[in-house]
Ligand binder design. Structure first.
Ligand code: PLP
Length: 441
């Protein structure tokens, strides 16, 4: 029989709502769903061994409550790109967030959730003309720009747009640097504002993005000070700016080096210091809302035992009697059923670091069982035929057998949104729960 690991995914009991009323959403704890699915599964069910996500919509609600508590002045506009899952969007829409959309498709997704066009910011500084037209027809007026050509395009097909100038700030303290692609330098700001004036475009404020995966809270404080300077340029050009957009980059879990609390403690006072209450402040958090809400369970579909001796160079002198011998414990290569071409594309695109944890071991193929407390070096590979499809080469896990399960926490951001079905492997399905609906469950 399987031996399931102890999982800690509790509830705190707070707000209810969101997609909770949806019949597809249960109210069990994440741990009990994971274990129930891998232990009591029906062996005749062809999908029983497929990898799957458990999405806890309650976690999104808790993140929102924390946002409101620590950054009450800042209205979150969720960055749809990060995870455009319908249940996520539905939950956030019912919590009252706005949406940051990067394309016609994302604007449509937001509208499909009943989002009012005034609560959408089209926050892609370089837009396709047909997508701008779509935004105009849908009544989406707020949009960012960082170059003069964009202003001319928008003047032509959406003259009543409310423009937000995205400035370049220091992104050196973020994992995904966005400044190489977007953002007007401060020296370009006067010229851009003069161009906007000459085109009779309405510029309503300034945005910035410190980079995705920001690990230094002071980057936000410095960016707000720079935005203040850009506001002053606006005044010099006859504009009265009324919007500050502090972008994304807020961490989604505690593994990021800097906590949301630390960022809020710097950002909130910086905003109040530089901007009066007449300025509306919004943000574009993505990973903050969804990272910790998704847990991924994968099945060990194959393994290869690698004797330790194979790793010792053949030429190594055999003088060291403590060197590993053929009888020493081996290392393992585990092959699991989601990988780099699927949910783990985050390893490449998002520079993510993931950690496998044992979910259940001792399944039907168990033949040589070491205890849970003995760990071995191992690598974990995705299911495709490509050797780049590797989740990690230097993990340490108890011995896993074919049919056993691993799980990965914090898998909600920039994962399934960019997953492919390369080699015919389907994207991992999602089981939904709302741990806020029944506190203490
Ligand atoms: N806003 C814009 C314009 C972005 O490009 C991104 C991410 O790339 C985000 C918001 C969300 O960033 P994060 O998920 O780090 O909060």
């Amino acid at each position: 029989p399987f031996v399931a690991a102890k999982l800690h995914h509790g509830t705190t009991g707070m707000v209810t709502g969101g997609a909770a009323a949806d019949p597809a959403v249960c109210t069990r704890s994440v741990g009990s769903i994971l274990q129930g699915r891998v232990i009591d599964y029906d062996a005749a069910d062809e999908q029983a061994e497929d990898a799957f996500f458990v999405a806890d919509l309650g976690e999104i609600q808790r993140q929102h409550a924390q946002w409101n508590k620590l950054l009450p002045r800042v209205e979150p506009f969720y960055a749809v790109k990060c995870n455009p899952n319908k249940m996520v969007l539905k939950t956030l829409a019912s919590l009252g967030t706005g949406f940051d959309c990067a394309s016609k498709g994302e604007i449509q997704m937001a509208l499909d959730q009943g989002m009012d066009a005034s609560k959408i910011i089209y926050a892609n500084p370089c837009k396709q003309i047909s997508h701008i037209r779509f935004a105009a027809n849908a009544g989406v007026r707020m949009m960012t720009f960082d170059n003069a050509d964009e202003l001319r395009k928008i003047k032509m097909c959406h003259p009543s747009a409310l423009m937000v100038l995205r400035i370049l700030t220091d992104d050196s303290r973020s994992i995904c640097k966005l400044g190489t692609k977007f953002g007007a330098s401060m020296s370009a700001v006067p010229h851009l504002l003069a161009t906007a004036r000459s085109l009779d475009m309405e510029v309503i404020g300034i945005s910035f993005h410190v980079g995705s995966g920001c690990f230094d809270a002071s980057a936000f404080g410095e960016a707000v000070a720079l935005a203040r300077k850009a506001f002053d340029h606006g005044t010099a050009h006859g504009y009265t700016f009324r919007l500050l957009d502090v972008g994304g980059g807020f961490p989604g879990n505690n593994a990021s080096g800097v906590g949301f609390q630390e960022i809020a403690a710097i950002l909130g006072p910086a905003i109040d210091h530089h901007f009066g209450p007449e300025v509306r402040v919004i943000a574009e958090p993505g990973r903050y809302y969804v990272s910790s809400a998704f847990t991924l369970a994968v099945n060990v579909i194959a393994r290869r035992v690698v004797s330790r001796d194979a790793m010792v160079p053949a030429t190594a002198a055999v003088t060291d009697t403590t060197a590993p011998s053929r009888d020493d414990h081996p290392s393992y290569m585990y092959y699991v059923n989601d990988g780099m071409y699927g949910s783990f594309n985050c390893l490449t695109f998002d520079h993510a670091v993931v950690t496998p944890q044992v979910l259940a071991r001792g399944g039907q193929f168990a033949h040589k069982q070491y205890g849970q407390d003995v760990e071995f070096p191992c690598s974990v590979w995705g299911p495709t035929c490509d050797s780049i499809d590797c989740i990690g080469k230097n993990f340490s896990l108890p011995e896993m057998n074919v049919g056993d399960w691993l799980h990965f926490d914090n898998m909600g951001a920039y994962t399934m949104c960019a997953a492919s079905e390369f080699n015919g492997f389907k994207k991992s399905a999602i089981v939904y729960t709302n741990t806020e609906a029944f506190p203490g469950h």
